[in-house]
Design a protein around this ligand. Structure first.
Ligand code: C2E
Ligand code: CA
Ligand code: CA
Length: 404
């Protein structure tokens, strides 16, 4: 794994190189400044896979370095290292992501061996590179249309559990495209395309139908699940949408009360009459409405004021790492207080580790979702996951004093 370390502090460079060597990373090049690092990266055949970069450097700092990395088309991964305040690190992390650079981690100084080995494991999993790589552009709207017709879209399901009691409360349907050539394509790479070309109605219909079938299958083995399905506010234009949803539920002999529609707004809406009518009538049909990705983009207080949501989903960008981040703590605590005062149910998505879980549990959040509990999976795997989950709960994994 060809690795480049950039830092103006020779001691920090030496320490990091030694720590990496202990973990078996031997092809390490060091640079004492951002400019020489860029010069090196711009040279041909210098295919570095991994760059560790300090933020505070004389001359060109790490923030500027990130911009230049994007300009020279760096394709590898980046780890930001700094003694700076965590909010600065966080902002630079967002900046790099916005430039399309795969950021593996942001680490405070000094870096611990444990952190380093986690970073390397993440890198080897290929996940961040997958996210940064935009498949968009290689798939066409004709492909997508055909995919919907030929049932190449499948749902994966991610469990949602009760934070205080541990019980499985439901699952969220997350659509994937099993592309004959590209393999599994994730929704971030085709939902926008579907929205732009009027394919959302048929896409949502497929997702909903499969989701309702799974509910029925689970009921047969005694598992009563709530089913969450994503819909974008922009696609709520057909005023008979509530009837269509109710009909789909009736066709599969499923009661509409088990359905929750997770609503997001991807662009600013000029005319809210149609969504207002549709969402109000969905509630009258006892279908649950969740405001998704709350706190980001257009998923805001204005939506809460105007629409009849009964569940609030805190976006995962506020959840992971909340325990150690004062800004996130303030945002999460305030949002949970508000959710309770509004009589709504709170759901935290993106719970990735035990610290996240403990924090949300102590803060009184109702429902948890995230990799720590379970990754999105094919419906057939849910029963096996559920057994493992119950075992983890009964083994007392969650017993020790919360927040200790
Ligand atoms: P979302 O509704 O916010 O869904 C949660 C996303 O976070 C999912 O990504 C899920 O795999 C991921 N995730 C879950 N737990 C964790 C965690 O602990 N850590 C991290 N880092 N990520 C986690 P996915 O499946 O790639 O979906 C991306 C987005 O695509 C969804 O975001 C949703 O907005 C949209 N989407 C998915 N399926 C549909 C659909 O059927 N219709 C519509 N309109 N949108 C959909
Ligand atoms: Ca969602
Ligand atoms: Ca989200």
């Amino acid at each position: 794994m060809k690795t480049l370390l950039v830092d103006d502090d020779p001691f920090a460079l030496k320490l990091l190189a030694r720590q990496l060597a202990l973990l078996g990373v031997l092809e390490v090049t060091i640079c004492d400044g951002a400019q020489p690092a860029l010069d090196l990266l711009s040279m041909e055949k210098q295919d570095f896979e991994l760059v560790f970069c300090d933020l505070q450097m004389p001359g060109m700092d790490g923030v500027e370095f990130v911009r230049h990395l994007a300009h020279i088309g760096y394709r590898g991964s980046l780890v930001l290292v700094s003694g700076e305040e965590s909010r600065v690190l966080h902002s630079v992390h967002r900046l790099a992501l916005a430039h399309g650079i795969a950021v593996l981690a942001t680490l405070g100084k000094p870096v611990s061996p444990q952190q380093l080995s986690e970073v390397l494991a993440t890198h080897l999993s290929g996940e961040p590179a997958r996210q940064a790589r935009a498949v968009l552009g290689t798939v066409t709207v004709e492909d997508l249309g055909r995919a919907i017709e030929q049932a190449q879209l499948i749902n994966h399901y991610q469990p949602k559990v009760h934070l205080a009691a541990g019980a499985l409360v439901g699952v969220e349907a997350l659509v994937r495209w099993q592309h004959p050539v590209l393999g599994m394509v994730y929704p971030d790479q085709f939902i926008g395309l579907a929205e732009d070309h009027g394919l959302m109605e048929s896409l949502t219909r497929c997702v909903l139908r499969d989701a309702l079938r799974l509910v029925k299958t689970c009921e047969r083995v005694g598992l009563r699940l709530q089913m969450s399905v994503n819909v974008s506010m922009d696609s709520l234009v057909a005023v008979d949408f509530p009837e269509r949803v109710a009909e789909a539920a009736a066709e599969e002999h499923v009661s509409p009360e088990i359905l929750i529609l997770e609503v997001t707004e991807s662009r600013l809406m000029k005319d809210i009459r149609a969504p207002l009518e549709i969402l109000s009538r969905l509630r009258l049909k006892r279908i649950g409405l969740s405001i998704d990705d709350f706190g980001t983009g257009h998923s805001s207080l204005a939506q809460l004021r105007d629409f009849p949501f009964d569940e609030l989903k805190l976006d995962r960008s506020f959840i992971h790492g909340v325990a150690e981040n004062p800004a996130l703590r303030a945002i999460v605590d305030a949002t949970l207080t508000m959710t309770a005062q509004l009589g709504m149910k709170s759901v935290a998505e993106g719970i990735e580790d035990r610290q996240d879980w403990d924090y949300l549990s102590a803060a009184g959040c109702d429902v948890a979702q995230g990799y720590f509990i379970g990754r999105p999976m094919p419906g057939e795997q849910l029963a096996a996951w559920h057994e493992v989950w119950q075992q983890r709960w009964h083994d007392g994994e969650f017993d020790p004093v919360r927040g200790a």
